[in-house]
Design a protein around this ligand. Sequence first.
Ligand code: NAI
Length: 479
Amino acid sequence: TRNGVEFAVADLELAEFGRKEIRLAEHEMPGLMALRREYAEVYPLRGARVSGSLHMTVQTAVLIETLVALGAEVRWASCNIFSTQDHAAAAVVVGPHGTPEAPQGVPVFAWKGETLEEYWWCTERMLTWDGAGPNMILDDGGDATMLVHKGTQYEAAGVVPQPDDNDSDEWKVVLGLLRESLAADGQKWTRIGQGVRGVTEETTTGVLRLYQLAAAGDLLFPAINVNDSVTKSKFDNRYGIRHSLIDGINRGTDVLIGGKVAVVCGYGDVGKGAAESLSGQGARVIVTEIDPICALQAAMDGYQVKTLENALPEADIVITTTGNKDVVMAEHMARMKHQTIVGNIGHFDNEIDMAGLARYPGVRRINIKPQVDEWVFPDGHSIIVLSEGRLLNLGNATGHPSFVMSNSFSNQVIAQVELFTKHEEYDNEVYRLPKKLDEKVARIHLQALGGELTKLTKDQAEYIDVDVEGPFKSEHYRY
Ligand code: NAI
């Protein structure tokens, strides 16, 4: 704590650099800046105590300061051990008007290169407020929401289960943290769960967890699925990845992508952006899919569709985008060509079997530089793994650029305002924002790009059965 601001970041002296990049990013985030102007006199988030778990980048700094501009108090942690940009974290703590000696900003608990213990410590600090707990959660991947739900569940049972051999190292850390907190305060997570008015969730993987909780009747508060706003998943997941996937590969390896064979596992929104990113550099892309519809889309887009097993002998680069587990296994990696680059861009690190790789008989790990490892197999051939199998665009590069994140984060801010101000109108279910708001977010960003929108005549609007002012599509339209 310094000057009354609690924090745990790498170096507050980085704040000035962070502030300069935040200033440039603000211009590239017209949606967030428009929301600041729209709500300038209204402060719809006055009284909100937002606990946020989302990659602590420059773009997220603009989001955080937008929430503050709307009246919220905020505490923040990253949702990944490698994704923090230390200068952004420092600038948020210092705030626009503070100094490293006298910070005036927001409590942030995040630095690049956390251990798993440190990561969960940061998540816990972010959720722990002096006095009252948070009344809103802003989540990316659902770790904060999960901690509150598991904590509540174990407090009700009065016991935290012992880990078993099949549990991941990370889950053992979570159980350890919850066991300690149960011993210290048997009601901590229950109180937090009861105080939260709602959560807004950023990504596909977190949304899946929310629907599972809701289906089981276990969701403790209403949730807004921000990911499935069209201006989020059809833009961030796709065009954001198109930008940041090759950025991560380039910064990690600087290998020429043109002419290489790149395998993209999964052809959802992220996979589509990944394939375009790699083929844009001249790679020959092969897609693996389990869903015939997405597989057919890949074929129509000009990519070969194969199983991973059959694609492996040719692959120079293998990227997972599925949000599923066990997609690239140790046996696959053992069969790859020398110096094949292996990376994941889905939310969690279980798409690539890193545990199996580490256990592979005779395998050796050579660290090349932070977030780049060469793994050498006993036969002498090696593969290059980026970000230890965690999302490489944030681990090896700086994630998506500002403009696309402005779309995502505009939806986040709108969703926070909606749940904070109207939580009584919502049940403990998962909701999406109305299409009208999606169109509003798109309109702001189109305008910023100088796009000219055609206006419907009244007659035309009647003919296609929509309102002149929108929404312009039915709910089942897929874009
Ligand atoms: P999606 O559901 O649109 O796409 C995933 C695709 O993977 C689906 O088409 C599915 O059929 C396919 N798939 C599932 N299991 C498979 C398997 N074993 N082999 C091959 N294909 C398989 O999901 P979306 O939106 O593309 O997100 C994917 C992941 O990326 C999620 O974990 C999401 O949270 C994450 N994400 C990461 C971002 C980043 O900046 N790194 C940005 C946005 C999302």
